[in-house]
Ligand binder design. Structure first.
Ligand SMILES: NC(=O)C1=CN([C@@H]2O[C@H](COP(=O)(O)OP(=O)(O)OC[C@H]3O[C@@H](n4cnc5c(N)ncnc54)[C@H](O)[C@@H]3O)[C@@H](O)[C@H]2O)C=CC1
Ligand SMILES: CC(=O)C(=O)O
Length: 308
């Protein structure tokens, strides 16, 4: 046996605002890793969040402490929430200028990043920032993901749960493409209990575009009401972290480079200890494909602009 001190799994969260602290709390409650490192360039806020989280750690087997950027770069999972958030009415895309600068500075502080780490982008616009992190982190692209439309897909499932009187886990439906205003609900191949969703009687008179619009607008409604969204994304990240740590290969729509559309977009992927194992494109009709193509064009152009 080598003399090196063994350590368990570590997860680092960069950015300890509303989202970072909610993610830390969710991961703590689910004992996702053995140690959680939290970093924020606002040292006072970071210290406050960590002290508060430590008060909750007695129900968890995870320890939590402040991590320096260099320590965070050596974690097994590195989650980036550092960034500006939307003001009421502001789009996610409008954050790109502010957040690409923050991302560059975060990535440079983390170097050298552990070669087997999984880097998970949460800050918005998440597809564009994932594309940038794939270029600048030094990690192979399959180890750099964004939370993409996992949250939006859950929002759609919750809406359909209430409409069809089934558990949301029975609703096999995806939002794909953009985590933002250009997101696409793939109704054409959605199923519930193995039956095409659109063949349910309750779906016959439903205005699908309106339902999709409600899902796409949900973040705006929450931001109008309380200033930020945090619990949904926290549940999403804790779930993804478990899929990585336990090598579960769970399938969820995440931001990744999609060769079919030549852009970083959100599509169902299987995620395990090595990152993305495979991308699964759900069957889509012509309208859905055209909408994804529009998101791809935007993502391609935005990435090219900020990466050059
Ligand atoms: N992908 C998704 O589904 C979701 C994404 N978001 C995004 O997450 C981001 C964070 O949102 P909130 O937590 O509400 O914002 P927040 O303003 O509460 O927290 C952001 C934190 O990042 C920190 N920060 C900024 N630059 C930093 C740096 N260079 N190094 C370390 N820390 C730094 C700030 O000090 C602040 O504490 C936003 O871009 C927001 O749009 C929010 C919810 C869901
Ligand atoms: C803010 C954001 O991206 C969301 O809640 O979907």
């Amino acid at each position: 046996m080598s003399g090196a001190k063994q350590r368990g799994s570590q997860m680092a969260i960069i950015g300890a605002g509303s989202v970072g602290s909610a993610i830390a709390f969710a991961c703590l409650m689910r004992s996702v890793v053995s140690e959680l490192l939290v970093n924020d360039f606002n040292e006072k806020v970071c210290q406050g969040q960590v002290l508060d989280l430590q008060d909750a750690a007695f129900v968890s087997s995870t320890k939590v402490r402040i991590g320096t950027p260099k320590e965070c770069g050596q974690a097994d999972i590195i989650v980036i929430t550092a960034g500006a958030r939307q003001r009421p009415g502001e789009t996610r895309d409008a954050l790109v200028l502010r957040n690409e600068e923050i991302l560059r500075s975060v990535l440079s502080g983390l170097q050298p990043i552990k070669s087997t780490a999984i880097l998970m982008l949460v800050a918005n616009p998440v597809n564009i920032l994932t594309c940038m992190a794939q270029k600048f982190s030094g990690l192979p692209p399959h180890q750099v993901i964004g939370t993409g439309t996992y949250l939006d897909s859950n929002r759609l499932r919750v809406a359909m749960r209430d409409h069809l009187d089934v558990a949301e886990s029975a609703v096999n439906a995806y939002i794909v493409g953009d985590h933002g205003d250009k997101q696409v609900a793939v109704w054409s191949s959605a199923t519930v209990g193995g039956k095409p969703m659109l063949s349910f009687e309750e779906m016959k008179n439903l205005d699908l575009d309106k339902e999709a619009e409600k899902v796409a607008r949900k973040a705006y409604s929450i931001i109008d009401l309380k200033g930020a969204t945090s619990f949904g994304i926290a549940a999403v990240v804790s779930d993804l972290a478990l899929s990585i740590i336990l090598n579960k290969l769970s399938v969820n729509p995440l931001s990744t480079y999609c060769e079919r559309f030549d852009a970083c977009l959100s599509f169902p992927v299987s995620l395990g200890a090595n990152g993305v194992e495979r991308i699964i494109y759900p069957d889509m009709n012509d309208k859905e494909i055209a909408m994804v193509e529009a998101s791809a064009k935007f993502a391609r152009e935005a990435c090219a602009k900020y990466i050059s």
